[in-house]
Design a protein around this ligand. Structure first.
Ligand SMILES: Cc1cc2nc3c(=O)[nH]c(=O)nc-3n(C[C@H](O)[C@H](O)[C@H](O)COP(=O)(O)OP(=O)(O)OC[C@H]3O[C@@H](n4cnc5c(N)ncnc54)[C@H](O)[C@@H]3O)c2cc1C
Length: 403
């Protein structure tokens, strides 16, 4: 990396829209590449999400390079075992993740904790503004000008849309969402509740044909719920209707899976979205670049969305620091990222077909194989699927060795 010019006015300027894993990592990495950054976050404060994410492969290595691994490790919740029950509450199988992923480095923490640590890292080196976003974006050769919702105007050498799967920057500069959205046929809901299960490090799942409800401890006295179900409908659901849509999808499920929905206080936050890949022929137009989910949402099935958002920021800064002009650096960034993204999107598609069997027969067969497959074989299967592809993505990005 080049040594940043100490005079801020002489540094190139990036306007980053979105303070999630992609935007905050980009702010940190671009500072190292000698850039000045402004981050705009629409939410008045850090967005809080009631779900846990795993950081492995590319994201794990980038966290190490950023020096935030010890801080992330302090939040790590080693998952013990996942107990699967059927609709009647009968145990189907118990899976011990520590055994299945032995030798594989990963950290499990809430998305909120990851983003808070990235914010702590980025804050000293970036101008981070909450409660403001972009209204309009114009490009003139090598300058981008954005009109902000607070009435001000910001000019930059690069505008980065890191505003997630439903990116407004994408809509403003690349076109309608429908051209890039590839729904996988599932909806996902997640919310927090007061923990009355006391699961410790274990997960509890109610698994049925076409749907699954999962519960785990997110933080002391906080339970995280995660509901996933097959649905041909990928339309956005307004917050006020989410509990109703979720209730309908799990109507005749096990009472323990339903209880949390029924007890969810009206108006309390609930995440509900369709599971949708974003596939785009290009991630940049002129000096506007999309990063993270905005460019290439991988969905939760890949288990790599946040990690790849962080990796993309690292690769971008590498390429900008190499010189040769901003446009050439943006092209090299995209060329380096594409193979790993394609690999992980393919993985999401493949898992989508199998992970919640649609039919009773498929469900019974899946349960039988889980129950009777020798543990060694099951571990091999997990490793082959999870580990090898994640490590391959790291290798694609040159993140498979300490940098
Ligand atoms: C249930 C679930 C489980 C997951 N599990 C994993 C996992 O195990 N491992 C993993 O790596 N990934 C996982 N993911 C995926 C991961 O959460 C995402 O890939 C990652 O958060 C993407 O980061 P991002 O910064 O691109 O987008 P986001 O996290 O969506 O952040 C975008 C930010 O932009 C803000 N924003 C939105 N619109 C605007 C706007 N117009 N103007 C300004 N700001 C805006 C948002 O408020 C937000 O702060 C999971 C996702 C889900 C839903």
């Amino acid at each position: 990396m080049t040594q940043p010019d100490p005079r801020p006015e002489l540094r190139p300027h990036a306007l980053i829209v979105g303070a999630g894993a992609a935007g905050l990592s980009a702010a940190w990495w671009l500072d190292r590449a000698g850039w000045r950054t402004t981050v705009l976050e629409r939410a008045p404060d850090l967005r809080r999400d009631g779900y846990m994410i795993g950081l492995s492969g590319p994201g794990f290595e980038v966290a190490r390079r950023m020096g935030i691994l010890p801080a992330l490790r302090a939040h790590d919740r080693r998952i013990g075992e996942n107990v699967y029950r059927n609709r009647a509450g009968r145990q189907i199988v118990r899976l011990r993740y520590a055994e299945l992923l032995r030798g594989f480095e990963w950290i499990t923490l809430s998305r909120t904790e990851l983003v808070a640590e990235l914010l702590a890292a980025a804050r000293p080196v970036a101008d981070i503004r909450f409660g403001v976003t972009v209204d309009a974006i114009e490009q003139d050769g090598e300058r981008v000008t954005a009109r902000l919702t607070d009435g001000t105007v910001e000019a930059a050498d690069l505008l980065i849309g890191a505003d997630g799967v439903h990116s407004a920057v994408r809509r403003l500069c690349f076109g309608a969402d429908a051209a890039f959205e590839r729904p996988l046929g599932f909806r996902v809901a997640a919310f927090e509740a007061e923990d009355r299960l006391g699961l410790g490090h274990d997960f509890l799942s109610y698994s049925e044909p076409g749907r699954i409800a999962e519960f785990y401890t997110l933080a002391p006295r906080r339970l995280a719920t995660l509901y996933i179900w097959r649905s041909p409908d990928a339309a956005a659901v307004p917050p006020a209707q989410r509990a109703h849509v979720l209730r309908r999808a799990f109507d005749d499920s096990h009472p323990d899976a339903l209880r949390w929905i029924d007890n969810h206080p009206a108006g309390a936050p609930m995440f509900l979205d369709s599971m949708t890949l974003i596939e785009m022929p290009r991630w940049r137009t002129g000096r506007v670049l999309l990063l993270g989910d905005a460019a290439h949402c991988l969905t939760l099935l890949s288990g790599q969305g946040a990690g790849m958002a962080m990796a993309s920021a690292n690769v971008l800064a590498d390429e900008l620091a190499r010189g040769g002009g901003i446009d050439a650096a943006l092209d090299r960034h995209e060329a380096r990222m594409r193979p790993a993204v394609a690999r992980l999107q393919q993985r999401s598609r493949r898992i989508a077909g199998a992970f919640i069997p649609a039919t009773r027969r498929g469900y019974a067969l899946r349960n039988l194989s889980l129950r009777w497959m020798p543990r060694r074989l099951l571990a091999w299967y997990f490793m082959r699927n999870a580990r090898s592809e994640v490590l391959a993505a790291s290798a694609d990005l040159g993140l498979d060795r300490p940098g």
